[in-house]
Design a protein around this ligand. Sequence first.
Ligand code: PHE
Length: 339
Amino acid sequence: MDINNFEEYLKEIEQTTLDSKAVLEEFRLKYLGKKGIIPALFSKMKEVPGELKKDFGARVNEIKVKAEEKIEAVKEQIEALELKKQSADLDLSLEGAPFSAGSLHPLTIIRNRMVDIFSKLGFVVAEDIEIVDDWHNFSALNMPEDHPARDMQDTFFIRKDPDIVLRTHTSSVQVRVMQNQKPPIRTISPGRVYRKDSDATHAPNFHQIEGLFIDKDVSFADLKQTLFYFVQEMFGKDIEVRFRPSYFPFTEPSAEMDIKWKKINHETGKEEASWMEILGCGMVDPAVLENCGINPQEYSGFAFGIGVERITMVKYKIPDIRLFYENDLRFLKQFAGEI
Ligand code: PHE
């Protein structure tokens, strides 16, 4: 092999047009393949006289590097071209594979809004278990065994003697909060509760947010103002409310609050204004404070319990509580996108 051929190889490497993968592969085999030019040149080394060996080796190597670089560069070019061609063929107007996005349940939407409103007044969330003993659900709250007030919250028993029940209200959480925290206390307790009740406005399993405020010199005016603030934030400044005196064993005095809402009468198709009870409330009975280790001479407080379902029904004009639990997508989809 004439050493002058080296220049020709270099020229050829530089000038060959490699415009497809097949041509490129042919070129690779010609130079770098087992039987290609470069291995052949290397095997000639032994015939080269000693003083020229070094120069010969360096030149063969130069050809090898040039060939490799060319192959690499052309490969990249070809691949880039292919990609461009592919994306030109892509039809972006084709419909994608559809997927259905989930959305929040209306009760979750309203629960979150309620928590936000009370958070602005400094209430913090306190949560606890749903299966509780008799004392936390009833006795600590001034409802000893055989007290007739227990009938208002007829419940599900998990076990008798000692009695373990599904909580009928999240007041059981408040008992635990009072036992474990020192006033000032300002908590709200959202959660699932259970009662033996079922009709268009009562479900055996529903949701509450109960609130508890305990400090020095808390008055009924504080309670009313807190609840006014809540309904106005939730329904707007024009909402009409009424307080009715009521009875709860754990609060004295006690009241219930109703709000006026427009309900659609499904027989006439017309909207009808009516009152809906949305919450019970009152000043925490001193005996309850004492049961939970808080000195009633020093502290007073108020409590309230709001039905999340009731608020949601009024907010979205939903006539029947049972719609919440049927998981009918035609119903649930109407709330998609709300947060
Ligand atoms: N716990 C009561 C209920 O579930 C509501 C309530 C809470 C009433 C706090 C007064 C004070 O019916």
